[in-house]
Design a protein around this ligand. Sequence first.
Ligand SMILES: N[C@@H](CCC(=O)N[C@@H](CS)C(=O)NCC(=O)O)C(=O)O
Length: 203
Amino acid sequence: MKLYSAVKAPSPRRILMALAEKGMTQVEVVNLDLGKGDNLSADFRARNPIAKVPVLELDDGTCIAEASAIYRYLEEICPEPALLGRTAVEKAVIEMWDKRVESAFFMPVGNCFQHTSGFFKDRMTPIPAWGEEAGKLAAKFLPVLEQQLALNPWVAGERFSVADITALCTLEFAKVIKLRPGDEFPAIQRWYQAMQQRPSYSA
Ligand SMILES: N[C@@H](CCC(=O)N[C@@H](CS)C(=O)NCC(=O)O)C(=O)O
């Protein structure tokens, strides 16, 4: 198995952390330089036509893109430790929180970064006003996360899950838009310290 990744990019980091949590450290990692457009090549588009990392390439050549689909594959081939839940309720609640973090936090952070920095201006038209609006939307997620973590040890409840990984990767990436939760978010701080103590944090 081979993981197409990119240093410091939040979406492939989700998979690197999931692999580390599952002890699947034998997967070969191929780092692309997104700034230089390595991912826009015909060769990479044959693996993912929308030219995004992560892509997990299996030994038979099957390519799986989209972080949530890769989470699913890893869970099926390596069920323990479970990151997608064990019971019907756990599975649904974890998926709900993972999607909530993706849509209400990851996407606005990414849009704010792309539309205000012009990092990908060779492949899109940045609209700075939209970027600023997206930054405000991203900030609105912090009180939601705070409330959840004030009531639960982990993002999706009692157990560590992919929702924690997705939230951590987004929270750290949010530094690029200068969004950092301060002392007014004590539950996020407590959870963040717990995340930093996991070996997968530095995967
Ligand atoms: N929905 C995708 C998002 C993937 C994504 O946005 N990847 C970014 C890096 S974090 C990327 O490859 N960007 C390169 C580009 O847009 O050219 C997933 O969950 O895997």
